[in-house]
Design a protein around this ligand. Structure first.
Ligand SMILES: C[C@H](O)[C@H](O)[C@H]1CNC2=NC(N)=NC(=O)C2=N1
Length: 97
């Protein structure tokens, strides 16, 4: 298991993500899509990727918005797995528009 790197180190490798506001070591991003079915497509593809990684997001969806929180429970903070999944989500969101 790759170790904890912390939110600030992760943010140096990502665009548009922010550090969580609370006392948890997490990174967060809100995606906004054209409509609900596009948001759902984003979540469906991400779910398949996440399950393949055995690394799952915490997320909340209303209509065309998906609020995502990433952290690694096993190390109680942000790890390279979170950076990898965040990168996947950013590339997918760019493709979906
Ligand atoms: C047993 C443990 O929960 C699993 O190995 C996976 C499941 N998905 C996970 N997802 C996230 N975000 N962090 C984890 O540590 C994690 N662990």
């Amino acid at each position: 298991m790759t170790g904890k790197i912390g939110a600030s180190a992760a943010l140096e490798q990502l665009t548009g993500w922010t550090q969580g506001k609370g006392d948890r070591d997490v990174i967060e991003k809100t995606y906004k899509f054209a409509d609900f079915k596009t948001a759902w497509a984003f979540m469906t593809s991400t779910a398949i990727k996440a399950d393949g990684m055995d690394h799952h997001p915490e997320w909340f969806n209303v209509y065309n918005k998906v609020e995502v929180t990433l952290t690694t429970h096993d190390v109680d903070g942000v790890s390279p797995k979170d950076v990898e999944l965040a990168g996947y989500m950013d590339a997918l969101a760019a493709k979906l528009g």
